[in-house]
Design a protein around this ligand. Structure first.
Ligand code: IMP
Length: 422
């Protein structure tokens, strides 16, 4: 029997591209949907049949009966937030335990990791990362330092392990002079979350996934955040702390590189970024405000305003290279419906130097633009590519040519139905 494949669906810019919606549309084609990196810093919004869900740690395949969803070893998980997210789905009638397995090798975010996240940010002064405050950085740091707790730890002698790590964190916080915090309520919920998690299958997910692949079944790896937030290839230090790229699928699920099939790179028809860090295409004018308003560009996790700008070919080309993207998916084309001119960043410029390659230091670069005509047509009701206005079809063609990669799906609205295969 032919082995199954792991297709990757990756945000290839700064996250928030709309992965949740696409995974949900893709799910019927896969037997397993797995998260391989990140944690509750993500917020994947799914809208269907008039219902809206924001998934943070749970894979977006959870709504389909008969699919296995996996939180892989590369993820970090906050038991209290997981419990809240899972209970909401249970209340809505979804049976989770038959559909969701959690890796014993995933790492646990403690309440004190979240306090440390705040403490480190406070200590950074002006050079804050602008994290989501979910304890992501401190947890991955401890994973690398080999002092962290994993999901498998909750199966045996957990309380003692927890108290020891918490005491260590408390000492770290005293050393940072960060003592004004109270986790009493949070900790209660967190410990309740641990008990709740015990009722789920906590498994060796890497063995399960490989067994599925041997049986010829296919897996969809659902990315979180985006390539420009990757710990190695993003705009360091303004990045998240995990491997958000295609290589992260292998380490974060325990699958071999040869198992990777299609690599879907998802991006928006424009750019956004949440948090601090370089963003050469950022618009500080009313055009930026207009994109934010029409695109509802406010953080799904933190509610913060997203910084907005035109699409960035320098970043996209870099991400396509790093991930080996085989197909592109363009989201939110409709947000640009009313613009007379559509701008595309084709290069960066600084001190008379122009580059189309992602520079090591992205600070201080300015975008160089090419202008294209806007389509000034409402795209939201269009269901066939043949009905695209000419200027929109040309925009797609231009991007495909520049990026040397086909755009195979275009989304023109939040609903499942507003997804057009090319
Ligand atoms: P952290 O992942 O909470 O440590 O945040 C690090 C940086 O990544 C900050 O700039 C966040 O705003 C950004 N970030 C983290 N998760 C997401 C996401 O899901 N979408 C967009 N930005 C994110």
């Amino acid at each position: 029997m032919e082995r199954g494949k792991v297709d990757a669906l990756l945000g290839i810019v700064f996250g928030d591209e709309g992965k949740g919606k696409v995974v949900d549309v893709f799910t019927p084609k896969y037997d397993v949907v797995a998260r391989f990196a990140g944690g509750p810093n993500a917020g994947h919004t799914i809208i269907f049949e008039g219902k809206k869900f924001v998934l943070r740690s749970i894979p977006s395949g959870i709504f389909d009966e008969g699919k296995l969803n996996i939180i892989g070893n590369g993820c970090v998980i906050a038991p209290d937030l997981f419990m809240a997210e899972a209970k909401e789905l249970e209340t809505a009638g979804y049976d989770l335990r038959s559909r969701l397995h959690i890796s014993k090798r995933a790492h646990l975010i403690l309440p004190t990791h979240r306090v440390l996240d705040r403490a480190y940010e406070a200590a950074k002064g002006k050079s804050k990362v602008g994290t989501t405050g979910k304890g992501i950085g401190p947890t991955y740091s401890e994973k690398a330092a080999r002092t962290s707790l994993r999901v498998g730890d909750i199966l045996e002698n957990f309380q003692a392990k927890y108290e020891a790590l918490k005491a260590r964190h408390e000492q770290m916080l005293r050393d940072l002079n960060y003592t004004d915090y109270d986790i009493t309520e949070e900790e209660k919920l967190w410990l309740e979350g641990i008990e709740y998690m015990r009722t789920f299958p906590l498994t060796d997910t890497e063995i399960e996934i490989n067994k599925y692949l041997r049986e010829g079944k296919n897996v969809l790896a659902e990315g979180a955040q985006g390539t420009m937030l990757d710990i190695d290839h993003g705009t360091y230090p303004y990045v998240s702390s995990s491997s958000t790229i295609c290589g992260g699928v292998c380490t974060g699920l325990g699958v071999a590189p040869l198992s990777i099939g299609e690599v879907f790179g998802i991006f928006k028809a424009y750019s956004t970024r949440v948090g601090a860090g370089p963003f050469p295409v950022e618009l500080f004018d009313e055009t930026g405000d207009k994109i934010r308003e029409i695109g509802h560009e406010y953080g799904a996790v933190t509610g913060r305003n997203r910084r907005c700008g035109w699409v960035d070919l320098v970043a996209l080309k870099y991400a396509i290279m790093i991930n080996g993207v085989t197909q592109l998916i363009m989201m939110k084309g409709d947000v640009l419906d009313t613009f007379e001119t559509i701008r595309v960043c084709v290069a960066y410029e600084k001190d008379g130097v122009t580059t189309t390659d992602m520079p090591y230091e992205t600070e201080g670069w300015k975008a160089v633009y090419k202008d294209l005509p806007g389509w000034q047509t409402d795209l939201t009701g269009i269901t066939r590519k043949e009905d695209f206005p000419e200027a929109f079809a040309s925009y797609i063609k231009y991007l495909e040519k520049e990026l040397e990669t086909p755009i195979t799906i275009v989304s023109v609205g939040p609903d499942r139905a507003q997804t057009i295969e090319m």
